[in-house]
Design a protein around this ligand. Structure first.
Ligand SMILES: [Zn+2]
Length: 119
């Protein structure tokens, strides 16, 4: 899984790293040098697969690892995170062709168009 590392200070957001290869968001954070982070910073996980270290003195300041890709549950290919929620209509061939580029040839999810079609 690839992650990007983002530093946020209130309204200001800066992308520090991209394409950090790690098993989990926490691993990704631990791979980079998060300046000023010590044991007092609170680690938290978010529902969307990202995770952060939050400054105990300023809850609006954090380092966050955000997934750039997710692993297809069917074929195991790494798929861009923008496509994570994609489920085009079964007859939308153009869109399924586009999605299939990121999956392996025999992917069940692509073949069945997200279980909408039988093969
Ligand atoms: Zn797949």
């Amino acid at each position: 899984m690839k992650y990007s590392i983002v530093y946020q200070d209130r309204e200001e957001v800066a992308e520090l790293h991209t394409e950090i290869e790690a098993e989990t968001a926490r691993d990704a954070l631990d791979q980079v040098d998060c300046q000023g982070v010590d044991a007092s910073w609170q680690y938290q996980e978010d529902a969307n697969g990202s995770a952060s270290y939050v400054d105990p003195e300023c809850p609006d300041r954090c380092y966050r690892a955000v997934p750039q890709a997710y692993e297809c549950a069917y074929c195991g290919a790494e798929v861009p995170i923008e496509d994570a929620a994609a489920l085009p209509a079964a007859d939308d061939a153009t869109e399924w062709d586009r999605l299939s580029l990121h999956h392996y040839d025999q992917c069940e999810w692509i073949k069945t168009r997200g279980s909408q079609a039988t093969v």
